[in-house]
Design a protein around this ligand. Structure first.
Ligand SMILES: C[S@@+](CC[C@H](N)C(=O)[O-])C[C@H]1O[C@@H](n2cnc3c(N)ncnc32)[C@H](O)[C@@H]1O
Length: 389
């Protein structure tokens, strides 16, 4: 990435030499160029060549792969992200360009934010809910003089996006588009009373979803299907395996934890590990589990798939793989999850997957495990099981 201050070689995480996708985009470049005073005339009324002063505490929210904090490292920014993969990419990119460890503070969306923010840079996330939640969390640290600049691709910035900035922080306008990216300029209004946060959001499940019938699900902003039960998940809940006491189960890509909690309710003697790469998801899963008073044993872990789980140690892996994500091509994520499951399962252990029929999971699992069996299917979804031999 070429920035106004030099060049940096950046990668995504996990690093894949065949990966063609860059670790930054035109919206990162636009924001960095704007901070350096480039792009004459892109903002009505703003003279060319005027740098944005980066004094005090600089906070960067939603930096996809660490491109922004890497370029701004000399200002000692604080990064706030919901993504473990983004955080790992940031660590690797900072190390690659020689930034001293600790020079950039890496916080998650679940950590308390800095008490005072002087510059707030927001890479607009895909999830409007996550943006709402983050702006509401950060608003008390923003003051009249805080420089607030958002950035994103034109197709990611909607009227509803701008309305959130307006409603939570203050008057907001946008720049001209540059390489299909746009900036959001917001002037904090200290007199504004931000609305109460609707997050985390809890709802009760309907009947007919096995042990989770009538139970509560807790959702932090940005988690998969935060306001209703996904129809694929619903199908999975109706066809989960019967596990035995003492068995080790992993809810892989746990989201709000509804699947792992269902298994734990059915068999409190099972040991369930909930894993997700989203900090918001793992917090939700833990709260869902606790809200339902499960008497069993569980562990909650933010991480990349099954990394760190010992080989041959698990009896059952349950997985509803991601099918759209800004992080990577999702087929690759599903494949990595399935390969990880094959590694961690003990011989005889089972991987259970739910997915859209058209995604072809039965064939994929057969390629990897040498077997796969259709447990259930309807017009749209299949639940498939593969056994480690
Ligand atoms: C389709 S959602 C399923 C959520 C939940 N299990 C359900 O059925 O409602 C897929 C989940 O995988 C997570 N995910 C994506 N990439 C991941 C990775 N590399 N490691 C762990 N989790 C990941 C996403 O954050 C998301 O919560």
């Amino acid at each position: 990435m070429t920035t106004p201050w030099g060049k940096a070689a950046l990668t995504r995480f996990p690093e894949d030499p065949r990966e063609q996708l860059r670790a930054w985009d035109a919206s990162d470049e636009y924001l960095l160029g704007h901070l350096a005073g480039h792009f004459a005339g892109h903002l009505p009324g703003r003279p060319a060549g005027q740098e944005v002063p980066l004094h005090g505490t600089v906070v960067v929210v939603g930096d996809r792969w660490g491109a922004l904090v890497t370029a701004l490292a000399e200002h000692g920014p604080v990064q706030i992200t919901d993504s473990f993969l983004a955080q790992e990419a940031t660590r690797a990119n900072l190390a690659r360009v020689g930034v001293t460890p600790g020079a950039v503070r890496l916080l998650t969306t679940q950590d308390p934010p800095p008490g005072r923010i002087d510059v707030l840079l927001v890479r607009v996330p895909k999830s409007l809910a996550l943006l709402e939640d983050q702006l509401l969390r950060l608003a008390p640290s923003v003051h009249e003089g805080t420089v607030v600049i958002g950035t994103g691709m034109v197709k990611e910035i909607h009227t509803s996006t701008l309305r959130l900035f307006e409603r939570i922080l203050g008057p907001t306008r946008t720049s001209l588009a540059e390489k299909k990216a746009r900036l959001i300029l917001c002037t904090p209004d200290p007199a504004l009373e931000p609305p109460a946060s609707p997050w985390p959001y809890r709802y009760a499940l309907p009947d007919g979803v096995g042990p989770m019938s009538g139970r509560t699900v807790v959702n932090h902003a940005g988690v998969f299907c935060a306001d209703r039960l996904d129809i694929g998940t619903r199908f999975f809940l109706a066809h989960l395996p019967q596990v035995r006491g003492g068995q080790h189960v992993v809810d892989l890509g746990c989201g709000n934890g509804v699947v792992g909690t269902a298994v734990a309710l059915a068999e409190p003697g099972a040991e369930v590990l909930f894993v997700d790469e989203s900090f918001q998801a793992v917090a939700s899963a833990e709260e869902t589990y606790r809200a339902n008073g499960v008497p069993g044993h569980a562990e909650f872990r933010v991480g990349d798939g099954l990394a760190g789980v010992p080989s041959d140690s698990v009896d059952v892996v349950l997985n509803n793989p991601p099918f759209h994500s800004h992080q990577t091509t999702t087929d690759a994520t599903a494949w990595r999850m399935f390969s990880g499951a094959r590694r961690v399962l003990r011989p005889g252990g089972e991987l259970w997957v739910v997915g859209n029929r058209h995604l072809g999971y039965p064939a994929k699992l057969r390629r990897l495990f040498g077997n796969s069996r259709l447990v259930a299917g309807d017009r749209k979804f299949v639940v498939v099981k593969a056994v480690k031999r």
